[in-house]
Design a protein around this ligand. Structure first.
Ligand code: PAF
Length: 297
């Protein structure tokens, strides 16, 4: 039904409706529900690229209606991070969404999400103990809180997140399960440039030289992932080699290169079960993250 409606409208796509308030969003979703339609949600902070559009296409394939949210969430940025500089261009984002034909853009202002006196925080323990957790204190609570709100505001059947932010994906899956939010959390594979660099809104910060060096991140992670399919190889040796290689390639600082259980994110010494290699490293003032499966994950 979703596909039929979309292809019929492909010749002349209606303008993408934009809503700013929870009340308008809820009214629209209620009307869709009353018509027996299913709803997919794609939360974003804007600065959309082909990775986001892949999430929208996946939501459209699964659901009758697709909502994209656009909210640069202040609570997930730490002091000294790029909240003020984060790219914001709603007109450009709307133009990109018009190419895929989402049904609704929900772009609330800060006070719609965090009204005066807002005092509640969602924190997911354990999964946030390692990787980006310690280096970005408060980040995952900010993400978990805003995503919980977006899920409860729109009550979709499914919500779509990129595997590029793998730790975030697991955190969101856990919060939905722990808080009994009736939604499927779907992970969508990372979209990469032709040379392998994972698409990210932050790639636009890279200079030409940094962009050329950035490809070392997926290349090295892929090599290590391949080597670690041999369970006799020690993770510590391989990740130490990966860190050296990243520095050689021009990365200026490394937050982590780790191999973890693909579900719990527990660090592994040898890969004897489904695992993921995850890394965060800096090129000048730009922090890049990436991850990929090791073996069967
Ligand atoms: O991945 C993102 O863009 C953000 O962390 C999210 C999930 C939209 C929450 O602000």
């Amino acid at each position: 039904m979703a596909m039929a409606a979309r292809s019929a409208g492909a010749a002349a796509r209606p303008t993408l409706p934009v809503m700013r308030t929870v009340a308008d969003l809820r009214r629209t979703v209620a009307a869709w529900r009353a018509a027996g339609q299913t709803v997919g949600l794609v939360p974003t902070m804007g600065a959309l690229h082909a990775g986001h559009l892949a999430l929208v296409r996946r939501a459209q394939a699964d659901c009758d209606r697709t909502i994209v949210t656009l909210f640069v969430n202040p609570t997930q940025f730490g002091a000294g991070e790029d909240f003020a500089a984060y790219p914001r261009d709603e007109a450009e984002d709307r133009a990109k969404l018009a190419t895929v034909g989402a049904d609704l853009l929900y772009a609330p202002g800060v006070t719609e999400i965090y009204p005066d006196g807002f005092a509640t925080t969602v924190t997911v323990a354990s999964l946030t103990d390692g990787l980006c957790g310690p280096v970005r204190p408060g980040h995952f609570s900010g993400v978990a809180t805003v995503v919980t709100k977006l899920l409860l505001q729109s009550l979709p059947d499914a919500a779509y997140f990129g595997e590029k932010d793998y730790q975030q994906l697991l955190v969101i899956r856990r919060l939905a399960r722990d808080l009994d939010i009736p939604v499927r959390i779907e992970g969508v594979p990372t979209v990469r440039d032709a040379d392998g660099l994972a698409l990210s809104s932050r790639n636009r910060y890279l200079s030409a030289g940094e962009r050329a060096a950035a490809v070392a991140l997926p290349t090295i992670l892929r090599q290590v992932a391949e080597r670690l399919t041999d369970p006799t190889r020690a993770v510590a040796d391989e990740t130490a080699r990966a860190r050296d290689a990243l520095l050689q390639a021009g990365f200026t600082r490394i937050d982590y290169v780790e191999v973890c259980d693909a579900e719990t994110l527990e660090p592994l010494a040898h890969v004897t079960r489904p695992a993921r290699i995850l890394a965060a490293a800096w090129l000048g003032s730009t922090r890049l993250i990436d991850n990929m499966p090791v073996g069967r994950a």
